[in-house]
Design a protein around this ligand. Structure first.
Ligand code: AQP
Length: 338
């Protein structure tokens, strides 16, 4: 039977090379869960337009992001990996859901506040309605589970609110999704300002580990990571945010808990600890990097073929939901909309 598995949906913006935060908060969990679920992963290029993009560079980044998903371990023959902008139903449902979302709700979103401060010269309406488009992304595919980093928790909550509101008026139209957050790695912080999240658009290169950084760069960045004046590897987010962040990263990769890490580095200085974290990260990323290089050199045609197949698959599911929504809200039938 078709679709016995539950549905998983997630995506990322095509704004830059991914960071270790994107990897540990999202991609690594996608890979972990992908066989258990019927998965849709989007390159969220419409979302990226909330910030000005240089067109040629943007197109390139979107393709690179697609290849990164595959290089990270997602098979595009079994997972529907697609570009958001290739499925116009996202924007269409986004508009309908805009009419079921209150401006008061949107103005409470912390990402909107943060991004408005960061892009003060371009506080556009898209930045404001971003969470509604995200709700449309998820609800179009009737997703049960959405694995994301903790920074997206508020957006997932509003998605649930919108779905429940719509269902209350029109009956059971949308599946109300659950968020999935990993135990470790759900919020990776900047290496230079460990009270701020690691972000792919951060201008300070030493703040982020990029997934395509080579081993020397990774180790150098960890060596420069801000810690504190003690020399004790101990988890204490409030008083030792830098060390706690590094423990969080090391734990997410090795599977070790805080007590194990504290024992492992007892009596050793931060130098040894940083080196161990750097090596663990570099080793973790090495297979992704070599697969990425293969895909971007000799397997471009294969990716194009997958894109085409997955566009059709995503469109089929998205149209099915949109058709139902159109009918429920009372829009007239489009004769050839199948
Ligand atoms: N620091 C982080 N720790 C854990 N998870 C994170 N994510 C992002 N940063 C961290 C998760 O990665 C996914 C990608 O999200 P996105 O591309 O839609 O945008 P974002 O959350 O705004 O990510 P960035 O890196 O901060 O991008 P820019 O700089 O472009 O705004 C999501 O699942 C997110 O939770």
């Amino acid at each position: 039977m078709e679709n016995e598995k539950k549905v998983l949906y997630s995506g990322m913006q095509a704004t830059n090379v991914l960071t270790l935060g994107n990897y540990l908060g999202a991609l690594k969990n996608w890979v972990k869960l992908n066989e258990e679920y019927d998965c849709y992963f989007g390159v969220m290029d419409l979302h990226s337009l909330t910030v000005r993009q240089e067109p040629a560079e943007f197109r390139k980044k979107a393709k690179e992001l697609y290849a990164t998903f595959v290089a990270g371990g997602l098979d595009p023959k079994t997972n529907c990996i697609y570009y958001q902008s290739h499925v116009p139903e996202h924007a269409y449902l986004g508009w309908i859901l805009d009419c079921f979302t209150y401006t008061g709700e949107l103005s409470r979103m912390t990402q909107f506040k943060d991004k408005s401060a960061k892009h003060a010269d371009n506080v556009n309406a898209g930045l404001f309605t971003y969470p509604v488009l995200m709700a449309a992304d998820i609800l179009l595919y009737q997703a049960d589970l959405v694995p994301v980093g903790k920074d997206q928790k508020q957006h997932l909550e509003i998605t649930r609110t919108i779905a429940q509101r719509f269902n209350q008026i029109y009956g059971d139209v949308f599946t109300v999704p659950e968020g999935y957050y990993g135990k470790q790695g759900a919020k990776v912080m900047s290496l230079q300002e460990p009270t701020k999240k690691m972000s792919k658009s951060d201008e300070n290169v030493n703040s982020t580990i990029l997934l395509l950084d080579d081993k020397d760069t990774i180790i150098r960045k960890f060596k420069k990571a801000v810690t504190d004046s003690e020399a004790e590897v101990r988890y204490d987010e409030e008083n030792k945010p830098g060390v706690s962040n590094l423990m969080n990263i090391y734990g997410a990769i090795t599977g070790k808990d805080n007590a194990e890490m504290e024992r492992e580095f007892a009596g050793k200085g931060y130098g040894d600890f940083k080196m161990a974290v750097g090596e663990a990260v570099a080793d973790e990323l090495a297979p992704l990097q070599s697969r990425y290089r293969e895909l971007m050199t000799t397997e471009k045609a294969y990716l194009e073929e997958c894109i085409k197949e997955n566009d059709a698959r995503a469109s089929h599911t998205a149209m099915k939901t949109l058709r139902k929504v159109r009918r429920k809200v009372g829009l007239t039938d489009i004769p050839d909309y199948h």
